[in-house]
Write a new protein. Structure first.
Length: 323
């Protein structure tokens, strides 16, 4: 039986997609260079340690296994680091994806679902943001993801590549089992930082700016549960023969930084120490999705629309985490 190759399947969103695909009867194979991923996150699935910059390893992978489609998560994703070391991002994200597409072409694999981002839009001209919003990324991370999206369009036209690029908003939460979840080193994302501060593992959480033009002065983001993201990847795989293009994945619900902190305090039953600081550079006031295309094209519907329910899964993971 042909397999689905999950490139970067040991990472946060990749491992949740892996679990979801297996639960839906897919035969899967994970490849990951384990630079930021965790082998524990793959659980009992087949894991090949391979790097996208290693052409021989890709040849070995595609010649050993019969691969029907690729779901591609393998990328670096820290905005600040992409500004200080863009070469790392262009090499790993853009050159790595180019190598992957070329390996797919050599071995006659023409289906890919890709992990893209709302960072390809840059500063919002309007919210909610739909897929027609202009794409002018404001950091190298977003530029690398946009370059890859453009590669797909060109490979589609020239070589018949079937692709769907999913533009995530803010991935959050953890699998209901609490066996897998978010584990970044260093951690930069708001929800895990808040939960770790509640647990006493961090002194406090810094609120980056309280003077934005939003109802409570803090930034609005669209937090989407990682299991809802995982389900969208399966639906995208199933739609590849009929649709190629770019699809936003968000709940469409804006939540402020202070609302996240309040919700976390309620879920955990403890207070979160906070410090109000300056704005973080490059942070837009409001960023949330128009998810009409995901609903209409993929038949996707987020199951988690309540921020407390999302945070509860992240909290269970924080209490149980093994990696
Ligand atoms: N944020 C914050 N303090 C932190 C980390 C994040 O106030 O320590 C804010 C950040 O300014 C943004 C929101 O929380 O408005 C979500 O940030 P995160 O880094 O989680 O995701 P991003 O939106 O940057 O992808």
């Amino acid at each position: 039986m042909a397999k689905i190759l999950i490139m970067g399947g040991a990472g946060y969103i990749g491992s949740h997609t892996l679990k979801h695909l297996k639960e839906h009867g897919y035969d899967v194979l994970v490849a990951d260079n384990l630079s930021t991923g965790h082998k524990e996150a793959v659980m009992d699935s087949l894991l090949i340690t391979a790097d996208l910059l290693d052409e021989n390893a890709l040849n070995e992978l595609f010649s050993t296994y019969q691969i029907e489609a690729v779901v591609h998560f393998a990328a670096f994703s820290l905005v600040g680091e992409s500004v200080s070391d863009p070469a790392k991002y262009y090499r790993n994200n853009v050159v790595g994806t180019f190598n992957l597409l070329e390996a797919m072409r050599r071995f006659g694999v023409n289906k890919i679902v890709f992990s893209s981002t709302c960072a390809t839009y840059g500063q919002p001209h309007y919210v909610p943001m739909d897929e027609k919003h202009p794409q002018t990324p404001i950091n190298p991370y977003g530029q690398t993801k946009l370059a890859i999206e453009n590669m797909f369009r060109d490979y589609h036209q020239a070589y018949g590549l079937k692709y769907i690029a999913l533009r995530y908003f803010n991935a959050a939460g953890a699998d209901e089992s609490a066996l897998i979840g978010e584990s970044h080193h260093p951690e930069t994302h708001l929800i895990p930082l808040v939960l770790q501060a509640v647990k006493g593992e961090r002194e406090n959480v810094k609120i980056f700016g309280s003077d934005y033009e939003t109802p409570d002065g803090t930034c609005l983001r669209d937090y989407i549960h990682v299991s809802d993201l995982a389900a969208a990847h399966r639906l995208a795989l199933e739609k590849l023969d009929k649709y190629q293009g770019y699809i936003n994945l968000g709940t469409g619900i804006p939540t402020s930084v202070l609302e996240i902190i309040k919700a976390a305090e309620k879920v955990c039953g403890k207070t979160c120490p906070i410090v109000k600081t300056e704005r973080r550079s490059g942070d837009p006031a409001k960023l949330y999705a128009d998810n009409t295309v995901a609903k209409n094209i993929l038949g996707w519907q987020p199951k988690y629309t309540d921020i407390e329910a999302i945070i509860r899964t992240a909290w269970n993971w924080e209490l149980n985490r093994r990696f």
